[in-house]
Write a protein that binds this ligand. Structure first.
Ligand code: TXA
Ligand code: MG
Length: 299
């Protein structure tokens, strides 16, 4: 007899309506079968998440977009083709079968093809969609390692598929393709500049009903008070006023900054650091996403 592989075990748990923490390139997700209403409801209970905050449906490949959308807008088709698998979520009009519990009662659904070998294998063998928010408790920073998930959720998650540390470290870029022109609802590793280039046109600033769905000002908060600095000089001034503060500054390497951001904030809490002084990167490319998450942590 051979023991079930981790992916096989995850499949069994999902098939039985359980919750599995899945590794993705961005952050860990707390996944349930998107077609099982009771299983999806458990995600909200475990996270302590309000029911009107919609979940992203994760699928194995771009070809599945049409199965979850009632209509695939041209912009969504282009972005799915060029960016998936990858750290990008596309909002499209939902297909009739998509459960209201997944979309928070909305007529749109967020779809994403994550790029992580274990989760790709899981999704291919599962066949359907996995509804998954980030696997943290509501209002806390997202988990970027299996240990972060265990610390946050303990026995509330039925299985943690350990895929190591997430290489991107911040949540996916969300593009609302149901409006004209498309809007970026959440900045991520795929930048607004790239998306605008791929679509060959300017994007609109986020506004309207999709913007309001769970885009809270404070969302990624550690225990420590986070103070923001626009430069190393400004950080030095803040540090003089708060000698017990820890400085967070990886502005020389934004990929590393994003990758380490949540682990660094969690570590500051574990170490009992009362104040984190975070140096903001310049507002370009990945810098937008890091600034966004730091602002929310500081709120
Ligand atoms: O990188 C990611 O996107 C991670 C990994 C696990 O895939 N997931 C993630 O999920 O960050 P979550 O639930 O923590 O954040 C998704 C955000 C929420 O703010 C939610 O309100 C918004 O996306 N969202 C999802 N579906 C939406 C919809 N139909 N309309 C408007 N906002 C939506
Ligand atoms: Mg989240």
């Amino acid at each position: 007899m051979t023991a079930a592989s981790p992916v096989e075990h995850a499949l069994e748990v999902l098939g039985a309506g359980g919750l599995v923490a899945i590794p993705t390139e961005t952050v860990y997700g707390l996944a349930a079968d998107a077609s099982n209403e009771a299983a999806v409801r458990r995600i909200f209970a475990v996270k302590g998440r309000p029911a009107d905050h919609p979940l992203i449906v994760h699928v194995a490949s771009a070809e599945q977009l049409g199965a979850w959308a009632s209509r695939v807008p041209a912009a969504a088709a282009v972005l799915a083709d060029t960016c998936w698998p990858g750290p990008l979520t596309l909002l499209v009009p939902k297909a009739a079968h998509v459960l209201p519990v997944v979309t928070g009662g909305r007529e749109t659904v967020g779809i994403r093809v994550p790029a992580h070998p274990l989760t790709t294998e899981l999704l291919q063998r599962f066949g359907g969609g996995l509804a998954a928010p980030s696997a943290n408790r509501f209002g806390r920073v997202s988990p970027t390692t299996a240990q972060h998930v265990r610390t946050d959720l303990g026995d509330l998650v039925d299985y943690v598929l350990d895929g190591g540390a997430c290489p991107v470290g911040v949540e996916s870029t969300i593009v609302d393709c149901t409006v004209e022109p498309p809007q970026i609802l959440r900045p991520g590793a795929i930048s607004a500049e790239q998306i605008s280039h791929l679509l060959g046109r300017e994007l609109a600033a986020a506004s309207g009903p999709s913007r309001a769905a769970g885009m809270l000002a404070s969302h990624y908060a550690p225990e420590a008070t986070v103070l923001l600095a626009e430069s190393a000089d400004e950080a030095a001034v803040l540090l003089a006023a708060h000698p017990d503060a820890r400085v967070l500054d990886h502005t020389a390497d934004l990929v590393a900054y994003a990758q380490r951001l949540y682990a660094d904030l969690r570590q500051a809490d574990l170490d009992g650091v009362p104040v984190v002084v975070a140096v903001l990167p310049r507002a370009e490319g990945l810098g937008h996403a890091i600034r966004d998450r730091l602002r929310k942590a500081a709120h």
